[in-house]
Ligand binder design. Structure first.
Ligand SMILES: C[S@@+](CC[C@H](N)C(=O)[O-])C[C@H]1O[C@@H](n2cnc3c(N)ncnc32)[C@H](O)[C@@H]1O
Length: 346
């Protein structure tokens, strides 16, 4: 997909919102700490944040140790990791999926999960087999239990069973830059076995974000979710600006399901047509906002129109326009809108 392209479509696993900046690694990790200590400086001068100078051939080893200890998880709610508020059940033609086992509030952390493996993107069948053989028997078992991704007619269909699973269930995740260590930008493939059970919806109620401090992918509720409701994420960023046909083509090609069975796509033809009209208008407006030629007042009016259209669309969560700048602007607009529509207190 292809796989890589597919996942780069889907999980947009945005490495955007690290909960906090990366720790010490961000200073010059290897060559000299740049701390300015002179040869004669006393050992006591070394700050507690001192970054050691590391011999180059030890870097991969040290990096392995950093990765292995990446998550101290001291701020993680153990409960969320061990007894999440959802369970897996069958969703008919969609296969397995996750359902809320109690009422969930907006903003709740639903899953925080380490990847089963981290592989390069764009590998051939032979390389994939070699990497698969390197997994432990338990990891292989977990991987092979995931959706096979070989029952459709998209690009995934042409892959071997390892890469098809990787494509259907994984994310292509851009690595962040670490000054002095890596420029970032390179995307790698990661599969998270629990998150892989989440089905797609064109009006999702959850979203995923990669936390590189803990090396976990986190899934959050982006609106209140009632007990018994399915948890869904959006595989395609920018779905809110695409018509049903456009979404169907992309989902079929990259995720191997020819028919999206989410609430929007499985509505009556009349409702689907209305939804398409709204999403076309959202796209047209969002493109003019991105072009940046409107003044502030006009931009606010455009965002207000998008807000109304999203309401009509039943899109109760924050949309992903597939554009970080617009996502942020719209988030700010919504919070200002919420403040201005709060009833005045006497
Ligand atoms: C990442 S897996 C999701 C979990 C999967 N249902 C399972 O049984 O493990 C992706 C696959 O689930 C199915 N799927 C996910 N969302 C769907 C949707 N909205 N409509 C139809 N099938 C969907 C497709 O077969 C897709 O290739």
């Amino acid at each position: 997909m292809l796989r890589a392209a597919a996942r780069s479509c889907r999980p947009r696993a945005r490495p955007t919102s690290y909960p906090a900046p990366l720790p010490a690694l961000r200073r010059s990790f290897f060559w000299s700490s740049g701390s300015g200590s002179s040869a004669g400086a006393a050992a006591a001068d070394l700050a507690s944040t001192h970054i050691p100078t590391v011999a180059p051939d030890l870097l991969p080893l040290l990096f392995g140790v950093v990765v292995a200890n990446a998550a101290f998880d001291d701020d993680q709610d153990e409960d969320k990791l061990t007894s999440p508020p959802w369970e897996v059940r069958s969703f008919g033609d969609k296969g397995a999926g996750a359902v809320a086992s109690r009422d969930i509030q907006m903003g709740e952390l639903l899953i925080a999960e380490r990847p089963l493996m981290v592989w390069p993107n764009g590998i051939n069948a032979e390389e994939a087999k070699k990497l698969f053989d390197g997994l432990t028997p338990r990891e292989q078992e977990v991987f092979m239990a995931l959706s096979p991704g070989t029952d459709g007619e998209g690009l995934v269909q042409r892959l071997d069973e390892i890469r098809a699973r990787r494509a259907t269930n994984g994310f292509s995740i851009p690595l962040p830059s670490v000054p002095g260590l890596t420029a970032g930008g390179r995307s790698v493939a990661m599969v998270f076995p629990k998150i892989a059970r989440l089905n797609h919806s064109c009006t999702p109620n959850a979203t995923q974000v990669m936390n590189f401090q803990t090396l976990r992918m986190e899934v959050y509720a982006i609106r209140p979710i009632a007990k018994g409701e399915e948890l869904n994420i959006e595989y395609l960023p920018g779905s809110v600006t695409r018509t049903s046909d456009e979404r169907r083509n992309l989902l079929a090609m990259h995720f191997n399901f020819p028919r999206c069975l989410c609430a929007v796509c499985s509505a009556s033809p009349e409702h689907v047509a209305q939804s398409d009209t709204r999403r076309r208008e959202i796209r047209q407006i969002s493109e003019t906002i991105k072009a940046g030629r409107s003044d502030r007042k006009a931009t606010v009016a455009k965002m207000e129109r998008i807000r109304v259209l999203l309401n009509e669309e039943g899109y109760k969560a924050l949309p992903d326009f597939g554009d970080e700048g617009l996502n942020t602007s719209f988030r700010i607009f919504l919070s200002l809108h919420a403040q201005s529509s709060e009833p005045a207190t006497a």
